[in-house]
Design a binder for this molecule. Structure first.
Ligand SMILES: [Zn+2]
Length: 83
């Protein structure tokens, strides 16, 4: 359970910090190592490709049959199907 707490702490630290990429990649490392899942609502706010914490300023969301979240840092789009 310590791992889960650390992940949450790191992600909350990443919110407004110049080191957010580092915090997020650390959190992802912990989650893969300890097999703790990143909470669902946080998962959507992390870029899978460059570990950026996605905010209103660096991402754009489009909905057309599915949710497309585009990261403006690396230009990759993550698609989430709507159930
Ligand atoms: Zn990205």
């Amino acid at each position: 359970m310590i791992a889960k707490k650390r992940i949450k702490k790191l992600l909350s630290l990443a919110k407004d910090s110049p080191y957010s990429k580092r915090y997020v990649s650390l959190a992802r490392k912990i989650s893969t190592k300890t097999r703790q899942r990143i909470p669902k609502d946080e998962k959507f706010r992390i870029c899978k490709f460059c570990s950026t914490k996605l905010t209103v300023n660096n991402s754009s969301v489009r909905i057309d049959g599915q949710i497309s979240i585009k990261c403006k840092e690396c230009g990759n789009t993550r698609k989430v199907p709507i159930k």
